[in-house]
Ligand binder design. Structure first.
Ligand code: COM
Length: 523
């Protein structure tokens, strides 16, 4: 094995700015040197090697270090933090912010202070370029924080190769640890049709790396999941005709039918075309290796869509191959590494965390599973199974939910009471409620666009079973509300809280309007 050149930062203290320059040069391919940050003053055996320095590896490492353990991260990228700041959560949040801003502009274009937007197509490439330039900042912070503040040891910009359950090779050197914690992440599922490799076929990974032209006025999104909906909403907000080809149904992840319907109606009102039970069967070549069109099989037959841009969002496949081949860890049907509730794989002393263990492929699970694996590796017995978590997605809105949707609640309980806004009334959505942060203009000028809020209560026990919010700014409240709901929060306790007036605190106000009654009824 050839020894690679090494940038040893162990005795250096690069600033965030210096890290930024260094990472930029390595990402630009100016050098393939490995970055070594190993403590010279610590000759203890590693308690764990974290193979992968994304959210799970970094948080697991930080926890282990905080407990007094010794850890080593090995990651093939020149920065820590993984896909989140590089091509996943962070760009998606940027695009979703743009979608919300653009929806406001398009809705009010030509009135108030908004410039007319009719027929205006805004740039996708400029936003992608903005992200690509800006992401170096978060990358640099991760390396700086991990070294200077968390005291982590790491080797970056070189892949780690598993030798056995205690040994990993990187940059021609071998490293041994009591435990191996696999944090190898996942990769986008490809669309397996003719034309899939043409220039112009993107996933969230290559979009931000390689988009070097302005997509055409019509674009196609493949999939109906969170990622598809979020990117599709951004593309449509730029003024492009956006067709989402969805094999089954769109927005299945949203648990409440009424909320799903509201969200979908608003997406379609923004011009997004949702083609359900439709599959891309072929992508056409323009003769020079670029996308020229897409053939979609719909319930009405095959349709050709002329476009130079296809965005594929079909979910992710865990990167379990190396662990399966070398260690023989047990793998599940979706390529995920099987773990028990202590994050242990089928091989002693080998743990797996994050996206590698399958869904939900969410940030909180990555960080928390990394932390729990670290605690177990350090001798604790602690169990983690991600379930019953509050969730969200972005369309042009932020959509948040926790607990049960109405359908599931009615199937489980016989006395369901619904409190919602807009309330049941003869004008339907055309009333200026909810009126919340970031939806006030809609409430006053386009009331049906001002969002939707819904609380589901068991009328017998008075307990809150589910909460659903379409609008903005509810996510934070939902993660605390979820803890209370799991502890048995009742409508009466909700009404006892002190509201901050808007957003999900509408639930508090509404609860008070009903909590005085012994026999709860809808509102
Ligand atoms: C966040 C990356 S963007 S990490 O979870 O802090 O490592």
């Amino acid at each position: 094995m050839n020894e690679l050149s090494v940038i040893d930062v162990t005795d250096q203290r690069p600033t965030i700015e210096e890290w930024g320059h260094r990472i930029e040069r390595l990402l630009d391919g100016e050098s393939n040197a490995a970055i070594f940050n190993l403590r010279a003053d610590d000759d203890r055996e590693f308690d764990a090697i974290f193979l992968g320095g994304g959210a799970s590896g970094r948080f697991g490492s930080a926890y282990m270090r905080a407990m007094g353990g010794r850890q080593l991260i090995i990651d093939q990228w020149p920065f820590l933090g993984g896909s989140c700041p590089h091509n996943a959560c962070v760009p998606h949040h940027l695009f979703s912010d743009c979608a919300a801003e653009l929806m406001l502009q398009r809705t009010f274009g030509g009135s108030l202070w908004f410039p007319p937007m009719d027929g205006v197509i805004t740039s996708i490439k400029e936003v992608v370029d903005l992200f690509r330039r800006g992401r170096i900042g978060p990358h640099a912070i991760m390396n700086y924080q991990s070294k200077e503040q968390l005291d982590l040891e790491y080797i970056l910009n070189v892949p780690g190769r598993i030798i056995d359950a205690h040994t990993v090779e990187a940059a021609g050197r071998t490293f041994r640890a009591r435990n191996l914690i696999l944090c190898l992440g996942a990769r986008p599922q490809i669309l397996d049709v003719p034309g899939k490799d043409l220039k112009g076929v993107y996933t969230n990974v290559n979009l931000v790396e390689t988009l070097d032209y302005e997509p055409s006025a019509t674009v196609v999104v493949v999939g109906g999941s969170k990622t598809a909906v979020e990117y599709g909403s951004f593309f449509s907000a730029t003024g492009r005709r956006t067709i989402m080809a969805v094999r089954s149904e769109c927005l299945k992840i949203v648990p409440d039918g009424e909320i799903r319907g509201y969200v979908r109606d608003r997406m379609e009102e923004q011009g997004l075309e949702i083609w359900e039970r439709s599959q891309v069967v072929r992508i056409e070549d323009d003769g020079e290796g670029r996308v020229a069109g897409v053939i979609i099989r719909t319930p009405k037959g095959e349709e050709r869509v002329e476009t130079n841009f296809v965005f594929v969002a079909l979910g992710e496949i865990p990167n379990s191959e190396m662990a399966a081949d070398v260690l023989g860890v047990e793998i599940g049907p979706k390529n995920e590494v099987i773990v028990d509730s202590q994050l242990r794989t089928s091989v002693p002393n080998v743990y797996a965390v994050g996206d590698l263990i399958g869904g939900p492929m969410e940030m909180f699970k990555a960080r928390k599973s990394g932390m729990y694996a670290a605690r177990n590796a350090m001798g604790a017995t602690i169990h983690y199974e991600p379930k019953d978590f509050p969730d969200f997605l972005h369309t042009h809105y932020e959509v948040s939910w926790l607990g049960l949707g109405e359908e599931e609640a009615r199937a489980k309980y016989s006395n369901i009471v619904i409190i919602k806004m807009p309330p049941n009334n003869p004008n339907g959505l055309d009333v200026a409620l909810p009126a919340s942060d970031r939806t006030m203009l809609y409430a006053f000028a386009k009331p049906h666009m001002s969002g939707y809020q819904k609380l589901i209560i068991d009328g017998d026990t008075r307990r809150v079973l589910g909460a659903h919010h379409v609008g903005y700014g509810a996510k934070d409240a939902f993660q605390y509300l979820n803890v209370l709901v799991k502890q048995g929060l009742t409508i009466d306790q909700l009404g006892e809280m002190d509201e901050l007036f808007l957003n999900p605190t509408h639930f508090i106000q509404l609860s008070r309007l009903r909590a005085g009654r012994q026999d709860l009824v809808d509102l």
